[in-house]
Design a protein. Structure first.
Length: 370
């Protein structure tokens, strides 16, 4: 398309609450944090609570099947990208908000574990569009005409599933600790065709082996529970500020999508344990003192493992340019944007030539001074 960008976009409502005044479908309003009716403007406050008992026992959860969210939601699956969207039982999905496909149908999968916490949207749809416009203006390697000739597609607010894990850890480790010492050594060198003896100070290292223990409690280790949102894009809009999490209420989902977790609890713990293990390694390096430290082995006991299913907010959309679709995400809490955009071969070539020229000039002056 040529000219101004097409800014026609909608949000597919997946959960609705009736307005007590006019009976219209009220939706969660990120600007006010209330349920707001788009017809009469009526607002209803949502009581924000944070229950300290929302942790759930991980080992116990592995022994029983939890379908606690089935009483509210049913699952729709996209045949194109595999995304599974959760809707109220009286709603029907017309298209997949993750890929835009209309090949979406009711799935026989259970909704699964009900979320314990949710991070409500704080960035409105209009604000998300504004953030996108700023982002696209800063695509310096994009073609010049991109800023005026892209077509913005449907902008959908979606809650993406995550797991958080807590665990007490107790690690036994073996490390090799190196201490520097110096000796004087004489060696034969050749300079300007002449051989001579040179005595110089040489650094050596003396190693010793030590055993020790490292203990740390890891709180709210966050891992994605979705395979359907491009990992590279979602990683680039993190982090989320988890201190704003509140107890799950369906009111927060009114007017928004929710994705069913595609990474099960057990696999989520495996991902979290990898992050915990890296934290343990860093902690051991901080605890052990030496000029050099090498970790030989670490054996860790994990206890008091608990988990939470949480929902975090994203605006999901795409834009088209020159018959190609480019996907982007907006963090629904912070407004940070991540996406793919076209690249101008001319601009990239020019930048490479400039870089080569600068390196050549630096090399020339270095050689001249030598």
């Amino acid at each position: 398309m040529t000219g101004e960008a097409n800014e026609s976009y909608t949000v597919e409502q997946t959960a609705v609450t009736k307005c007590p005044s006019c009976g219209g479908n009220a939706a969660f309003d990120p600007a006010t944090g209330t349920l707001k009716c788009p017809f009469c403007g009526g607002e209803r406050d949502i009581e924000k609570t944070r229950n300290n008992t929302t942790e759930h026992d991980f080992l116990q959860a592995l022994e029983q099947v939890d379908h606690s969210w089935d009483d509210e939601k049913r699952v729709f699956r996209c045949d194109s990208c595999g995304a599974e969207t959760l809707l109220d039982k009286d709603k029907v999905a017309d298209f997949c908000s993750f890929c835009g496909s209309s090949h979406i149908a009711i799935s026989d999968h259970h909704a699964g574990i009900k979320p314990a916490l949710v991070l409500p949207f704080q960035i409105s749809q209009d604000e998300a569009v504004d953030k996108f416009k700023v982002w696209i203006r800063k695509r310096y390697f994009a073609p010049n005409k991109l800023k005026k000739s892209y077509t913005l597609h449907t902008l959908s607010g979606a809650y993406i599933p995550y797991w958080t894990f807590d665990s007490q850890t107790d690690s036994a480790y073996v490390v090799k600790i190196g201490t520097y010492y110096y000796v004087m050594e004489t060696r034969t060198v050749t300079e300007n065709g002449e051989t001579k003896q040179v005595t110089e100070q040489v650094r050596k290292i003396r190693w010793r082996t030590e055993h020790g223990r490292y203990r740390e409690f890891f709180d709210d280790v966050l891992v994605k529970a979705s395979r359907n949102v491009a990992s590279g894009l979602i990683d680039n809009i993190e982090p989320f500020e988890l201190n704003s999490l509140v107890d799950y209420k369906s009111d927060y989902l009114s007017g928004f999508l929710a994705e069913r977790y595609s990474i099960p609890l057990k696999e989520g713990w495996t991902d979290a344990k990898g992050l915990i293990d890296r934290g343990i390694t860093s902690g051991i390096y901080r605890q052990v003192h030496g000029d050099e430290v090498q970790i030989v082995s670490v054996s860790t006991d994990y206890s008091a493992i608990t988990y939470k299913h949480v929902l975090l907010p994203l605006w999901i959309s795409s834009f088209s340019f020159n018959n190609t679709i480019y996907r982007f995400l907006v963090n629904g809490q912070t407004g940070k944007v991540s996406g793919k955009s076209p690249v101008s071969a001319v601009k990239v070539t020019f930048a490479v030539l400039v870089a080569i020229a600068i390196i050549s000039v630096i090399w020339f002056f270095f050689q001249t001074n030598q």
